[in-house]
Ligand binder design. Structure first.
Ligand code: NAP
Length: 304
């Protein structure tokens, strides 16, 4: 039975010359559980030691509905302050443009100040990948693109990406931008498969965007499935995982990575052993039959 191509040891961030690991680690949950800088450093080391070089955060991570805005970035800043050599070992990605209690703000004044605030909190001179977290419907894409282009020109940001953008929103922003977008970050998992058929991944391949998948385990739901459909997806992944000697979560990452868009799953775990385990997905090999079997379970109906 023919196999899908193996996963390369590194991928390139969009059309940039920045190499990234084929799997990333995310810090959405880093500032939870009163984690201190030493505990946060342990997690950063777990990711880097496993060969994960793309680390994803956002200014809103830490926000709990009332406070905590900026906490995950600030905690990472403490980690860098204690061990300055760490910064150079990673491709640092962050995001901005969500401003509680407002839903979104990407007006020039706000977004420029948000970029500066992220740099200050993380105690870094530059962010390797800055992503617009969610589109602000009330700011013209020309205004957003000017702010982003200016930040690149000032050396504050190396490359630009988006998250949770529709196909048309990507087109509009790219139209006005002086730089090529290098990434998009939608929610993708074996439980969230809309991207596979709505054209988002096709657009990413056409524009050469890296695709970073958020919540690749459905936020953990894949590990404790409740509905019949979610259980069927888990069972299909378990069958393949058993054959290849990996866990269900690793099989889920591997399933995403086997897609020709070169999807980069962002591991969300804040457990060092689970972070390290994730890279085993790079060694998985998929037959078309197995890959489609997971998709069919996720669709809940056969393919036409
Ligand atoms: P996820 O991998 O889907 O879920 C991670 C959760 O699953 C953690 O709470 C983890 O708990 C739990 N889990 C339970 N069993 C696990 C196992 N065996 N292996 C791994 N995890 C297990 O990812 P996520 O945290 O929802 O999101 C991942 C990243 O995506 C975030 O950190 C962030 O960078 C990004 N993100 C982006 C957006 C956006 O709008 N752009 C939105 C959400 C997330 P433990 O920590 O105890 O392992």
């Amino acid at each position: 039975m023919s196999l899908l191509p193996p996963i390369p040891a590194t991928r390139t961030l969009g059309a940039s010359d920045i190499a990234i690991s084929p799997i990333a680690w995310g810090m959405w949950r880093l500032a939870e559980d009163d984690r201190n800088a030493a505990e946060a450093a342990r997690l950063v080391h777990a990711a880097l030691d496993a060969g994960i070089t793309l680390l994803d955060t956002a200014d809103i991570y830490g926000f709990d509905g009332s406070g905590g805005f900026g906490d995950a970035e600030a905690l990472l800043g403490e980690v860098f302050a204690a061990e300055p050599g760490l910064r150079g070992r990673m491709v640092l990605a962050s995001k901005g443009g969500i401003m509680p209690p407002l839903p979104y703000d990407q007006s020039a004044g706000y977004l420029a100040s948000a970029i500066d605030a992220s740099l200050r909190r993380m105690k870094v001179d530059t962010i390797d990948l800055y992503q617009v977290h969610r589109p602000d419907i009330l700011t013209h894409p020309q205004e957003v693109s000017r702010t982003l282009d200016d930040a690149v020109a000032a050396g504050k940001i190396r490359t630009l990406g988006v998250s949770n953008f529709t196909i048309q929103q990507v087109e509009a922003l790219q139209h006005f931008l002086g730089h090529r977008l290098v990434s998009t970050q939608p929610e993708i998992s074996p439980l969230r498969i809309t991207c596979f058929e709505n054209g988002e991944l096709d657009q990413a391949m056409r524009l050469g965007l890296s695709v970073l998948a958020w919540s690749p385990l459905g936020g953990g739901r894949l590990l404790s499935p409740e509905t019949a459909r979610d259980k069927a997806v888990a069972a299909e992944l378990d069958r393949i995982a058993k054959e290849q000697g990996v866990s269900r979560s690793v099989a889920a990452y591997g399933w995403l990575m086997a897609h020709p868009a070169g999807i980069v799953p962002i591991i969300g775990s804040q457990n060092p052993a689970r972070i390290a385990e994730g890279v085993a997905a790079m060694g998985m090999r998929w037959t078309r039959q197995d890959w489609y079997a997971v998709l069919v379970a996720a669709r809940g109906e056969r393919l036409p």
